[in-house]
Each structure stands twice: as structure tokens, then as C-alpha cells.
Design a protein around this ligand. Structure first.
Ligand code: ASP
Ligand code: MG
Length: 401
């Protein structure tokens, strides 16, 4: 059995913790597993290096940043290998380059283009535990590149895919994915299993646990992914392909996104091309539009609403103001949040959305916008009711049971 482990910054945040990881890896080894272990930099290390660079320049060259930042993961990889060797285990630390990871040229947010599995396979066949510095590769010119913040998860998944590993276990200080944020609802329950698509929809729940790009890649490559804690022996959450019995569960989780702002355009000229003009301009300004709602027009006019991240509202305003002559009125609200109910079971059950609306009605919460997909219902509501909505939805769908 070949297993990829990945340990995040907190899990390797001190020498003691690296020792703890070494013991966990050694235990898996004793169980007879072949192992590739991907590590992050020690917690705080990447931020510290970024600060160092900014001591000299507000705008350091990205190539040099990659030289700098990739060092954090190398330190951890080497230390873990040394710790394992000291315990009598045969281990070898490798940089991204040595592990055969080739990326494109986009320094500081490179994409993995290919992984040559041979160098790692060769070491595994010699009986070694392979430790790989996460978050990095090289481009075709041979320069070091990094994969964007949180990129070690992506390294781990890509390596698991390239080696055809049986599973990829991502270790952090959280023991899995929960039905909602336990800081909002203390009765939140850890999920045993969840589908890739649900995980992607629950991104903000998983953000601390799993980088989104790594979940997308795991789905694409069919990598069996576990989110586990390096501080317990808890089973964690399995993120995998959707199966029929997942549909028996109506709803897997409810999630609150506070970083939302609403834009409503009233009396928009109802003619072909208007949406294209507005949203292309927003895209050109690099504004991430999330929910979009438009109704059937009357008298040549229609209403158009959408949401953007709160931090991009001012930007969106100035883009929209350039359309002032095509629009009767516009209104902006930064004090909204998005509440979403997620579950693959929705595909085969009716009444899931109706229940969410009833919960809002019982709490006298006005729903400003609604959007749905096959596995998700999202509602834009006043920000001050966000947590109440989450708690009552959690109860209504019996997620605490
Ligand atoms: N050390 C990098 C970061 O802090 C990559 C990672 O930890 O996944 O973003
Ligand atoms: Mg992380």
C-alpha cells in the first residue's frame, strides 16, 4: 500500500511537533506502508520570509520570491528526514525539483504541468520513506517556482496522482470537515464522508483544512483524500467520488460567507448585449462576481442583481457608474452575507429549498436574493442574521443528530 501524507504548518510548527510527525510516519511505516510525506513550512515561516523581502523592496521580483519562499518547506523536509533517520528509519528529503515536479512559468502562483514519478519511485523501491518539500517545483528554465499560498496540499494531491497512491492524507490541526463552523454552532458534527463537489461548495468551511485547488485536482485525478488531525488518532473525513448512499443524506453542511456585498441595478435597458457589457467590464476590472440574478423585463426595462466580495465593492461601484445612462437606479449593500445549504441528496429529494425558506420565515429573516445549483441553495440576507440563520438551518436539517 502506497500512501501520501501531507503535514501543514501547524503540524510541523516546532521541533517537538516535527518529532511528533516523525513518530506518526514511523508508525505508518511499521504497519508496512510505503510512504511519501509532503511537508509545509513551519507555521509563520512563509509570512516571515515575505516580511524579510519587504524590508528591502515593496515589489520584490517574483522569481526571487520563489527562491526565498521555497526554502521554508526545504527546512521542514530536511529536519523530518533527519528526525526519522535518528529513529532508525531510512528516509530521504527531496526538493520539488528532485521529486520531478515541473510547473509553468508563473512565479509565486505556478501550476503543476507534469510530475516524473521515477525519482520518487526509485527511492521507494530502495525502501526509503520519501519526504518532499511541498509548495514548489521548477519551470522549464530550471528556476524554482511556488504554487500559491496553501500550495503544499496541491503538491500532495498531484504526487498522489502521479504515483497512483492508494490514498492521500492531509494532516492539519483540525480533525476533519464539519457540518458547519463549530465556532458558530457548537453542535456541529464531523462528517465521515463527503463528495468532492460538496467539499468545493463548502470551500469556506474547508479553507482552513484543504486548499480548494487541491480538491479540484483530487476530483480530476480521482485521488482519495482524507482530512485528518496530526494531534489525534481520529478517523478524519474522507473526500471522495459521489456514491449512491451519499444521496441518502439530504444535506451535508450549511455555510456562512460574510465577505459578500450586494449590487442591484434597477431599470436596466432590456436589450441584447447589456449583461455582456456590464459583466465584461467587471471582469476586466478583475472583480469576482458571484451570484447573478435577472428577472423578465417589462416596458423595455429589467432588474439585475449580483454579489461581489466586500473588498471589491468600491471597485464595482466605479465600474457600474460608467453605465449610469443605461440604468435608472442602483443600490449597494455591504452589510449582507450569504448562507448556503449544501448536499448531493438535493438532486433526488424535493422540498429541501422550501425548508430553508421556512426557516428564514420563522425567524423573520428577509431573503434578498436566492440562487440554486444541483447541490446547493444560497440566500443573501442581512449580515446581522447570518449566524442565527446558520444555527437554525443546522437544527432544521438535523445536522446535529
Ligand atoms: N508555506 C506555504 C504557505 O504558507 C504553503 C503551504 O503551507 O501550503 O502558504
Ligand atoms: Mg494549509
Amino acid at each position: 500500500m502506497l500512501v501520501v501524507h501531507k503535514y501543514g504548518g501547524t503540524s510541523v510548527g516546532s521541533l517537538e511537533r516535527i518529532d511528533n510527525v516523525a513518530n506518526r510516519v514511523a508508525k505508518a511505516r511499521d504497519e508496512g506502508k510505503d510512504l511519501v510525506v509532503v511537508v509545509s513550512a513551519m507555521s509563520g515561516e512563509t509570512n516571515k520570509l515575505i516580511e524579510y523581502a519587504h524590508h528591502f523592496s515593496d515589489n520584490p521580483a517574483k522569481r526571487e520570491m520563489d527562491m526565498l519562499l521555497s526554502s521554508g518547506e526545504r527546512v521542514t523536509a530536511a529536519l523530518l528526514s533527519i528526525a526519522l533517520q535518528a529513529k532508525g528509519y531510512d528516509a530521504i528529503a527531496m526538493t520539488g525539483r528532485q521529486a520531478g515536479i515541473v510547473t509553468d512559468n508563473f512565479h509565486t502562483y505556478a501550476r503543476i504541468e507534469s510530475i516524473d514519478p521515477k525519482p520518487m519511485q526509485e527511492q521507494i523501491s530502495k525502501g526509503k520513506i520519501v519526504i518532499v518539500a511541498g509548495f514548489q517545483g521548477i519551470n522549464k528554465d530550471g528556476s524554482v517556482t511556488t504554487l500559491g499560498r496553501g500550495g503544499s496540499d496541491l503538491s500532495a494531491v498531484a504526487i498522489a496522482g502521479a504515483l497512483n497512491a492508494d490514498q492521500c492524507e492531509i494532516y492539519s490541526d483540525v480533525d476533519g470537515i464539519y457540518t458547519t463552523d463549530p465556532r458558530i454552532e457548537p453542535n456541529a458534527k464531523k462528517l465521515d464522508t463527503i463528495s468532492y463537489d460538496e467539499m468545493l461548495e463548502l470551500a469556506s468551511l474547508g479553507a482552513k483544512v484543504l486548499q480548494n485547488r487541491s480538491v479540484e485536482l483530487a476530483k480530476k485525478l480521482g485521488v482519495k483524500l482524507y482530512a485528518k488531525s496530526s494531534f489525534s488518532d481520529n478517523e478524519g473525513t474522507l473526500i471522495t467520488q459521489e456514491s449512491n448512499n451519499m444521496e441518502a443524506v439530504l444535506v451535508s453542511g450549511v455555510v456562512l460567507d460574510k465577505n459578500q456585498a450586494r449590487v442591484t441595478l434597477r431599470g436596466v435597458a432590456d436589450r441584447p448585449g447589456i449583461a455582456s457589457e456590464i459583466f465584461n467590464k467587471l471582469a476586466d476590472a478583475n472583480i469576482n462576481v458571484d451570484m447573478i440574478i435577472q428577472n423578465v423585463g417589462s416596458d423595455g426595462l429589467t432588474n439585475l442583481g449580483f454579489t461581489v466580495p466586500q473588498s471589491e465593492l468600491e471597485n464595482a461601484k466605479s465600474v457600474i457608474e460608467s453605465f449610469a445612462t443605461d440604468i435608472e437606479g442602483m443600490d449597494f449593500d455591504a452589510n449582507v452575507c450569504k448562507v448556503s445549504v449544501v448536499g448531493v441528496g438535493m438532486k433526488s429529494h424535493s422540498g429541501v429549498a422550501a425548508k430553508a425558506f421556512s426557516v428564514m420565515a420563522q425567524n423573520n429573516i428577509n431573503i434578498q436574493m436566492i440562487s440554486t445549483s444541483e447541490i446547493k441553495i444560497s440566500m443573501i440576507i442581512d449580515e446581522k442574521y447570518g449566524e442565527l440563520a446558520i444555527r437554525t438551518l443546522h437544527e432544521a436539517y438535523e445536522l446535529d443528530k
